[in-house]
Design a protein around this ligand. Sequence first.
Ligand SMILES: Nc1ncnc2c1ncn2[C@@H]1O[C@H](COP(=O)(O)OP(=O)(O)OP(=O)(O)O)[C@@H](O)[C@H]1O
Length: 276
Amino acid sequence: MMTPALPVECLEALAVHFRRGARVILDDITISLKSGEIVALLGANGAGKSTLFRILLGFLKPERGEVRLGGEPLADFSRRALAQRIAYVPQAHVAPFPYKVHDVVLLGRLAETGIFRAPQAADHRAVDEVLERLAITHLATRPYTEISGGERQLTLIARALAQGANILILDEPMTGLDYGYQIRLLKHLVDLAGSGHSILFSTHNPEHAVRVATRIVVLRDGTIMADGPPTQIITPSLIRALYGVAVSTLTNVEGQMVIVPSMERALDTRLETTRA
Ligand SMILES: Nc1ncnc2c1ncn2[C@@H]1O[C@H](COP(=O)(O)OP(=O)(O)OP(=O)(O)O)[C@@H](O)[C@H]1O
């Protein structure tokens, strides 16, 4: 019998330290994303999530520490080589031009091979395939500037998929999406991980993290406060420490964790915080 392959560390930050002026934003952070994982990054506003993403993507250089991709220093990869391996879905993207959705997704395809070559029939086919996969074929000819926030988010995910990268980094992908889009997007993340993608996403909703993540990392004031399996990490005391609200955690009939805020005790917490 063959031994199952061990999970590969595909992307990791090792003791990464980053400052803006005198302010330490990331204080010796070590975090890894292994192949096939869905890692959710939680943290209050300003905790350093987007900064950590920019460092993992090579957009910002850490003052100390290192980022490694497949065991090799990120600095050794060209921009194009990185685009073949890591795709990024930024937060609240605003398009300057009314490109058609098909063309926005095509840009992802060109990131892999160079933006200055003419798209081939195979590129257009690849775009059609990802639009179909995300069930947004009907948007193909619509201007990107005239579609809804949820449709834009799916378009950006399609662009990332068209890039052909195995690692997806998504910065608060559920923000501004209605409930239906949120749930469908969570399902897409699970499907993508099932088809060999490794996913790192940030979220302000611990419910989303619990629902799909294989691991949750909690960032607080530039340090890692917790890192582990969702059911071990998400506890009433962690939620209280992070967001200052009281919750109970329950198990539903499908055996999944559910987080239930206590409105009465949430108010008590606010009073306690005010008194402190
Ligand atoms: N360009 C910048 N110049 C100076 N400080 C910055 C800059 N970008 C971010 N910061 C600061 O770095 C800290 C971390 O910001 P970051 O955007 O990484 O947090 P975040 O966890 O992604 O927050 P949010 O959940 O609000 O998006 C914040 O205190 C922020 O004010």
